[in-house]
Structures are given as C-alpha cells and as structure tokens.
Design a protein around this ligand. Structure first.
Ligand SMILES: [Mn+2]
Length: 334
C-alpha cells in the first residue's frame, strides 16, 4: 500500500474534489465522509460530489446534503470549470470510467493536469489514479481508508469511525458475506473501541425502510421465479412498480439479498427496468457461480459474489440471457 504517497499527495493539495461511483452505497458514502473529515481536519477545502442521489439511510452520513451531478450541478457547469480550482481528485470505491457517468468526460479532460487519488477494492479498473490505494483482498474500501487514517495519524473522531464502520458493515452485508474475513472483524473491533455504535448504525442502515420501499420489496418478491431445482432465483421490478408504490431507484438497494434466504438459492438475479427500457441487472452468488464473469461479458463488473451490468430489454430477453449464462457456469462446476 502506497499510504505515504497518498498522504504526501493530500498534504500538498489545497482543495480536493471527492466522489464515488454512481448509485452510491454505504462503502462509497462512508469513505467519502471519512475522507472529507480528514481533509477538513488538515485545513483543506473539500468539494464532495455524488453522481446520483444517495439512499436516505446513507444521506444521513453527511452533515449537509452533498451536491448531485445533473441535479445541483449540471454536466455543462462541470465541463465549463465548476471545479477548476480543485488541485486534487479523490475517487473512492471505484476505479472505472463506466461507474462514473457524467464525471468521466471531465476526468478525461483534466487527467494529467490534476492528480487523481484512487482508493478502491475492486479487481476490475481503468487505472485512473496517479496514486492508487487498491487492494482487491479488502472486503470494503472502508478497510483501506481505515488503514490510511492509521498510517497518517488522522483523528478517529466518532463521525469518522461511524462512517468507516458503515462502509465495512454494508459491503459485507453486516458481516454475513463470504468477504467478511478476520481482517474485517478486527477492523470492526477497533472501530467499536474508537466509539462506533453498531446498534445505532444497524438501525440506521437496516431498519429504516419507508412504507414505499417495503411495498416495492413485496412487488419484487411477487415476481420471484426459481430455476434449476431452486438454485437460481430471478426477480424483476418494472417502472410500473415504482409508480404504484411511490418508491425510488435508490430503494432497490440490497433488495436482491432477500431471496438468498431461500435455502436452495445459490445465485440471485434482480432486473430493474430503467427509464430507457433497458434493465439494470444485479447478480449475487453464494460462491458456486462467479457472477463477475457474467457481468463482465456484457460490459459490467463487480466482485465474484456481487456484480452488476446493464442489459437490453425486453424483460424476457434479459432474463433468458442471464439464466443461460448462470446455467453454463453451473455446468462447468460439475
Ligand atoms: Mn465497496
């Protein structure tokens, strides 16, 4: 880990733009918050920017609402130099242009002029950083950010430890997924010793549904189909389901995990209809199938156990495509 290079880069900057991948999750938002506090503590100016609105249970991580590209700042303003005075760009929880829609064009423009620091744990990436803290073995980017804080000696305030705890706990499905190794439990213990309150955070992350979100989940479960003796679960959510329930796109986060409670289910798929008629396809595996390989085949990415990709409609075509790929992977395992 090039912690010292990252620390030197941060020390030498005066104003940093901090962002994360589109559809920001707990890891992305938590790492942003922690890095924002570190920078502020060093007397640096910080410009956080999100590429799509965060779910309400992550928005609370920030002291004030973070500007969203396309809503609060237009892509034109970005290209016209809205962040021209930033002398560092920090990207957390992604290293891929496809995960940075809207920001990508600007990044291509300023690359080489402004240094970029990438902190990420994904295997796939475009090598966007001039300095990169990338560890595919880390269960969450939060684990790397925690390492950076300790290496730099930055203060571990309660907001910081709770932001990092949020990052590592959400990316491990509250320490249930296969990536929840001993390293992450040690990190969790250290964060609790430093003041993180798991009960408070659990309530904020996992007991914060709106009635609309619960109704959307019911719709999704009504659309549950099982294949191959129940080993594959495929579900979908249509635009109509959002309209009928009043739920938003951010409300779909983690809903895919519900069907994994079925004992036979090894691989889970959730197809969410986008406004352009395509489908955002989320994939989860309990370990038997490498879902990243499937996502990558169609231009997506992720991890072996959790990946995502956008597929063309109609629904039946997308379902057939992904079902066939999962079956193929399963037959290779035998
Ligand atoms: Mn992550």
């Amino acid at each position: 880990m090039d912690f010292q290079k990252a620390i030197a880069l941060i020390d030498s900057c005066s104003k940093a733009l901090i962002s994360t991948h589109v559809r920001p999750d707990g890891d992305g938002c938590g790492c942003m918050r922690a890095m924002m506090d570190a920078m502020a503590g060093l007397g640096k100016q910080v410009c956080p920017l999100l590429l799509s609105p965060p779910a309400s249970w992550y928005a609370g991580l920030f002291e004030s609402a973070v500007p969203v590209l396309g809503n609060d700042i237009s892509k034109q303003q970005l290209m016209d130099g809205a962040f021209e005075d930033c002398d560092l760009i920090i990207l957390v929880d992604t290293n891929s242009m496809v995960q940075l829609p809207g920001l990508d064009l600007w990044l291509r423009k300023v690359r080489g002029q402004k240094p970029i620091l990438v902190i990420d744990h994904h295997v796939t990436g475009d090598g966007l950083g001039d300095v990169q803290l990338v560890d595919p073995e880390a269960a969450a980017t939060g684990e790397i950010v925690f390492g950076l804080f300790k290496a730099a000696g930055w203060p571990l305030t309660r907001p910081v430890v709770e932001a990092i705890f949020t990052a590592i706990s959400t990316d491990t499905g509250w320490f249930r997924f296969g990536n929840a190794d001993s390293r992450i439990f040690y990190a969790a213990a250290e964060l609790i010793n430093a003041g993180a309150r798991p009960d408070v955070l659990y309530r904020r992350m996992y007991q914060s549904f709106s009635p609309s979100r619960l109704r959307l989940m019911v719709r999704m479960l009504e659309h549950l189909d099982l294949f191959e003796e129940g080993r594959i679960a495929i579900q979908y959510i249509l635009r109509k389901d959002f309209d009928d329930t009043g739920a938003s796109g951010a409300d779909t986060e983690n809903l895919i995990d519900e069907c994994q409670r079925i004992s036979t289910v090894e691989t889970a798929v959730l197809l969410v209809e986008l406004s352009d008629g395509r489908f955002r396809c989320s994939l989860r595996s309990k370990g038997e199938v490498d879902v990243r390989a499937i996502a990558q085949k169609y231009g997506g990415g992720g991890h072996i156990l959790a990946a995502g990709v956008t597929l063309n409609g109609p629904l039946e075509a997308a379902k057939r495509l992904v079902l066939q790929d999962i079956k193929e992977q399963m037959s290779k395992q035998r």
